[in-house]
Design a protein around this ligand. Structure first.
Ligand code: PEP
Length: 247
């Protein structure tokens, strides 16, 4: 199974559902429809209405983050996994570099993963090195640390997807070379196998994916799908990614 996950970030109002309607209409008719899943993570404000609307349709709705407590607490503006599940979210991103840079630590991320799984949310756990770590050839050790500090054998690996998103690639138009990406993805899968003592969870790539460069990514069979930021805000760009991936 391949995944195409759209991360809307701070984008969208109720009428933006038209974008998802077009993607859903494409997915239903696509001859490759059984080979992939489409998930979109709109802002918190839209999760309930979009989840209701898409309940019996192809697209699944997730959140971009969750708070590291299970249910209710006195943390202003926080939204827990329990609250997200109660309005229909099925997935949540955890550890996006935007949130890591705002203070998410490994121990906070571990609690987020733990409580998200406990509340039946599937977790898309984001990892990635920054520009200076890449320059200093620390990519593989950084990724290993990010994975081993947070993920544990006791977590249900079937409900975890890992998204490799090099920070220097997010929103910049810069992407790793095919050789770099294959090496990195294999490394991530090896580390995941050592954590779970079984097959690795799915590993996605994220960072400036578009309809053109997906042609290169599709050659790397170890990549199980994509986390797509900018291009997920346009139905045409998002559909082009899927079309070109299966062409
Ligand atoms: C992201 O923020 O998760 C992302 C992958 O963004 P973009 O596709 O715009 O680089």
């Amino acid at each position: 199974m391949r995944y195409f996950i759209g991360n809307w970030k701070m984008f969208g109002v109720p009428k933006s559902i038209n974008i998802l309607n077009k993607i859903n209409a494409f997915h239903i008719k696509d001859k490759n429809r059984k080979k992939y899943r489409v998930i979109v993570t709109p802002p918190y404000t839209l999760i309930e209405s979009y989840s209701k609307y898409f309940k019996y349709k192809k697209i699944s709705i997730g959140s971009q983050n969750c708070y590291q407590k299970e249910q209710f607490s006195s943390n202003t503006a926080a939204v827990s996994p329990y609250m997200l599940r109660s309005v229909g979210a099925k997935y949540t991103l955890i550890g996006h570099s935007d949130n890591r840079s705002e203070g998410d630590t490994d121990s906070m991320l571990k609690d987020k993963v733990k409580y998200a799984l406990k509340n039946n949310l599937k977790v898309v756990f984001c990892i990635g090195e920054n520009k200076s770590e890449k320059k200093n050839k620390r990519t593989l050790s950084v990724l290993k640390r990010q994975l081993t500090k947070v993920l544990e054998k006791k977590f249900n690996k079937n409900n975890i997807i890992v998204a490799y998103e090099p920070i220097w690639s997010i929103g910049t138009g810069k992407i790793p070379t095919a050789i770099e990406l294959q090496k990195t993805t294999l490394h991530i899968k090896k580390v995941l196998k050592s954590i779970f003592k079984k097959n690795s969870p799915s590993v996605l790539y994220g960072g400036s994916v578009d309809g053109r460069n997906v042609e290169m990514f599709k050659e790397i069979k170890e990549i199980d799908g994509f986390l797509i930021g900018g291009a997920s805000k346009s139905s045409k760009k998002f559909i082009d990614i899927i079309k070109n991936y299966y062409r």
